[in-house]
Design a protein around this ligand. Structure first.
Ligand SMILES: O=C(O)CCC(=O)C(=O)O
Length: 376
């Protein structure tokens, strides 16, 4: 009997993942091919099904960069301690006056450019598709595609902006969004520096303490594109996770979907919608800042849920982390913050150990901090 008359054996998950990756067009490519349901590879069992959504009206705190620095520092420190997340308004105050006045079309111009790249015809996107990190830029779907139990509904351009910026970095960024994402980098970096000064002050340190520890020099930009999803309740945009770095500066367009896990004063845990606020950036504390602050600041789980809107969603995050790397540079709780009354809660480690641990897990594992925790 001819073997072609037998039903084809069901392809295994590994083969299906490879076939998806080999198509080189991401989740957007699935949508272009007309899928009307979420393929099995992308189906998630909600690990947090028992955690309710917070009632409307509950939202992350707001920090206003136009306030006098001591008030802004107090507000940022309080938000970093209690929520690990906040909206930052009047962020143009971080820019030199001339730049702030010149053009306030950002980050919207960067969103439009990232959307334009993702909506190029498949044959124009595919040559950029790669998981290789050595050139400093890659466009792919799900950084943890081969490590996670279920893939998520998003495609991403990753750009390693520092340290050790590739000399040809700009040329490697897709032309459709090159100028705009690099302009956004300048603005977001000024914001991160201003916040690091406020957060240092909030710890009772010199304003320069976190910048001197090179915390604005490591920069990874992620430009996420979440295509419209035919069955939003079956998948996720990004699974619950904490960010590994020091500080994340995130710009989101008006579509929404980001949620933060929050425990209120009565101990009740819920998912809180981070509704888009025009003109505001979303800022969050990463695992490294929780460690460096010896648990004074909190790195909090967040996720992106899909919604029924027809439009795709775009967000652009920059993860700031220490730029000083190498086997003789150690990080841990800042020495100024530990004493015999307040002993260190974490051991010291190098950045290569830290990121080696981060990349060996799937994004959703929550135990990154536990690898560095000292027993009480
Ligand atoms: O797209 C978003 O709003 C969040 C992205 C995010 O959490 C991440 O890139 O780690």
């Amino acid at each position: 009997m001819a073997s072609s008359s037998l039903p084809a054996p069901a392809a295994g998950r590994a083969e299906l993942l490879k076939a998806f990756d080999d198509a080189r067009t991401g989740v957007r490519g699935l949508v272009e091919s007309g899928v009307s349901s979420v393929p099995e590879l992308f189906r998630h069992a909600d690990p947090y099904a028992s955690i309710p959504l917070a009632p409307p009206g509950v939202s992350i705190p707001v920090v206003d960069l136009s306030l006098p620095p001591h008030l802004a520092a107090a507000a940022a420190a309080s938000a970093a301690r209690t929520w690990g997340f906040f909206h930052l308004v009047n962020h143009h105050h971080a820019l030199p006056a001339a730049a702030a006045a010149a053009d306030d079309d950002y980050p919207e111009r960067a969103f439009a450019a990232v959307r334009a790249f993702n909506e190029l015809p498949a044959h124009e996107r595919a040559p950029h598709y790669s998981r290789a990190v050595d050139g400093g830029v890659n466009y792919s779907s799900n950084v943890d595609l081969y490590n996670s139990p279920a893939a998520s509904w998003r495609d991403t351009i990753q750009i390693l902006l520092g340290p050790n910026r590739h000399p040809d970095l700009a040329d490697r960024i897709p032309a459709a969004c090159r100028a705009e994402v690099l302009e956004w980098e300048v603005r977001a970096t000024a914001v991160a520096r201003a916040l690091l000064r406020l957060l240092s002050q909030g710890l009772g340190l010199r304003p320069e303490a976190l910048e001197d520890a090179s915390c604005a020099d490591g920069k990874l930009m992620v430009c996420h594109y979440y295509p419209h999803c035919p069955e939003p309740e079956r998948t996720m945009g990004i699974v619950p996770h904490t960010d590994p770095g020091v500080l994340t500066v995130l710009a989101q367009d008006g579509v929404g979907g980001l949620q933060v896990k929050h425990q209120d004063e009565d101990g009740k845990i819920s998912w809180v919608d981070v509704k888009p606020v025009p003109g505001a950036l979303v800022i969050n504390v990463g695992d490294l800042l929780q460690i460096m602050s010896n648990d004074k600041y909190t790195s909090v789980e967040h996720r992106v849920v899909m919604n029924t809107r027809e439009e795709p969603r775009v967000s652009i995050g920059i993860f700031f982390s220490p730029g000083k790397r190498g086997d003789s540079v150690f990080y841990g709780p800042l020495p100024e913050l530990v004493s015999s009354e307040n002993p260190p809660k974490y051991r010291n480690f190098t950045m290569s150990e830290f990121y080696g641990t981060f990349f060996s897990r799937d994004l959703a594992s929550k135990a990154l901090l536990d690898n560095f925790k000292l027993s009480p």
